[in-house]
Design a binder for this molecule. Structure first.
Ligand code: ADP
Ligand code: G3P
Length: 500
């Protein structure tokens, strides 16, 4: 029997589920990935079938194990780390393990009116001080309340202690442990609107405010600890689950942003920029979020976060909605083909706008179209829009933290696009660093599990593994940057008009 030396990282994202197996040097030895269906049952609603997520979890883990030839020697797997799309809500029956309804996804806007009402009642300040979050349908609490109020008998069953609530990590943990463990971690809990990030515990006042029975809640654990062990029937042996974190916090760890002042931006379905603020819980005055970055040995580290709801999703829309590309990577050549944006701007508010606007009812626009505009201009406008939004986040974060942001580390599917990374560096006038391995979310989950199982000792041990792959610096002159930013602000105003 070989020594346990491999880590399985499960990355359950908004559009796909991935399993990557890492060795002790932090190198990926096998990968398996599956895209799954998105459901849009009504305008502004976004749902996932939790059974798809579960089946893909088991499938991708088994496939990666087989690719790495570990299926015949599962004892060489030291641990599993889980990372996940955050805020997405599952409500399930503890006796059967069956969800009562589809998962309501973070992008879902069905509780927009409830959030407007709570804001009008003057409750945002309290919520913000306790959770670091704002009153927006993005977060879990109003989605959970919607399930309790709209699924027949759910509230009664919840009060009887028959149901469990969880974000995707928690649901997968329940299933992986054969229904034995109902827990989550401090980063995922921090995204629910029910968790007090100062006291690091569920907050009774918030539970009352959102009308959530306490019986539903999972236990909240550190990010690197024993969460449970897998049902031996699943993967041929019982594997300890030693790490868990929301995907954006996992990416911060995978990018080794451990020093206060370091930032990363992850470009997947959305874009999420996190600034490590150490043990300081900086409460934003500029509509940024404050969140738990990670909690190790009971000690929380905090981050400021800017959340952009649509990044890669705009590229996916060019492919699936408009049909002007067949693969996301084509946008690189299309953007290069045109000499300028020709004043064409896209504001990709397909599911409203996140930070710093928090405008759930804003909708996407493309402005500045003339008869000269081509598919290439649209592709370029989509890529540019993500960079402008990142710049808006960085401006707000600078004001909040009092520090300039001179460098940011990027990752996620869209960061593979060199044109995008170059434009980002130019428009923000910063250095953009891309690691040699861009699956940093999975990497972060692997580090957490590996620290838990003794493969790596601590964060500084982990930081040595970070390798730069490419670096981009600004090539844009100030007047051009200012002109482009002015054009963006003008387009943005038009998209925001729909919020009123
Ligand atoms: N070369 C590329 N250029 C631009 N966008 C890309 C490129 N490759 C992938 N994407 C976009 O990145 C997203 C996939 O990134 P990923 O990190 O896998 O997302 P998630 O974890 O949210 O499912 C997709 O929305 C896709 O459109
Ligand atoms: O699926 P991603 O990678 O865009 O991440 C989704 C976020 O966790 C939502 O908060």
């Amino acid at each position: 029997m070989s020594k346990a030396q491999y880590i399985i990282a499960l990355d359950q994202g908004t559009t796909s589920t991935r399993c990557i197996i890492f060795n002790q040097k932090g190198e990926a030895v096998a990968t398996s990935r599956r895209e799954f269906a998105q459901h849009y049952p009504e305008l502004g609603w976004v749902e996932h079938n939790p059974e798809d997520i579960w089946n893909d979890t088991v499938f991708t883990i088994r496939t990666a194990m087989s690719e790495a030839k570990l299926d015949s020697d599962p004892s060489s797997i030291a641990a599993i780390g889980i990372t996940n799309q955050r805020e997405t809500v599952v409500l399930w029956d503890k006796a059967t393990g069956k969800p009562l309804y589809n998962a309501i996804v973070w992008q879902d806007r069905r509780t927009s009116a409830v959030c407007h009402k709570l804001k009008a009642d003057g409750l945002e300040k309290t919520v913000h001080e306790k959770t670091g979050l704002l009153l927006d349908p993005y977060f879990s609490a109003t989605k959970l309340a919607w399930l309790l109020d709209n699924v027949a008998d759910a509230r009664i069953a919840a009060q009887r202690g028959e149901l469990a609530f969880g974000t995707i990590d928690s649901f997968l943990l329940w299933r992986l442990t054969g229904g034995k463990v109902h827990a989550t971690d401090a980063t995922n809990a921090s995204r629910t609107l029910l968790f007090n990030i100062k006291t690091q515990s569920w907050d009774p006042e918030l539970l009352k405010l959102f009308n959530i029975p306490e019986e539903l809640l999972p236990e909240v654990k550190d990010n690197s600890t024993l969460f449970g062990t897998t049902d031996p029937n699943l993967f041929g042996t019982s594997i300890p689950i030693m790490g868990m974190a929301g995907d954006q916090q996992a990416a911060l760890i995978g990018q080794a942003c451990f020093t206060p002042g370091m930032t990363k931006a992850t470009y997947g379905t959305g874009c999420f920029m996190l600034l490590n603020t150490g043990d300081q819980m900086v409460i934003s005055k500029n509509r940024m979020l404050t969140t738990t970055a990670y909690r190790l040995n009971g000690k929380p580290t905090y981050a400021l976060e800017g959340s952009i709801f649509v990044a890669g999703a705009a590229i996916k829309w060019l492919r699936d909605g408009l049909g002007i590309i067949t693969h996301a990577s084509q946008t690189h050549d299309m953007a290069t083909q045109v000499s300028d944006n020709h004043q064409v701007y896209m504001v990709p508010a397909f599911v409203g706008l996140g930070a710093p606007h928090w405008a759930p009812d804003a909708r996407a626009i493309i402005s500045g179209l003339t008869l000269n505009a081509t598919a290439a201009h649209l592709a370029r406008a989509a890529l540019e829009s993500i960079a402008y939004q990142t710049n808006d986040l960085a401006e707000a974060m600078k004001k909040d933290s009092g520090n300039d942001i001179l460098t940011t580390r990027v990752d996620g599917g869209m960061s593979a696009n060199d044109w995008f990374c170059q434009f980002l560096a130019s428009i923000m006038n910063i250095t953009v660093e891309r690691p040699s391995y861009i699956e940093t979310t999975a990497m972060g989950a692997a580090y957490l599990a590996g620290m838990g199982s003794g493969i790596w000792n601590n964060l500084s041990d982990v930081a040595h593994h970070w390798r730069q792959g490419a670096s981009f610096i600004s090539h844009m002159k100030e007047p051009e940057r200012n002109k482009k930013l002015k054009g963006w602000q003008f387009a943005l105003k038009q998209a925001l008009l729909q919020e009123e």
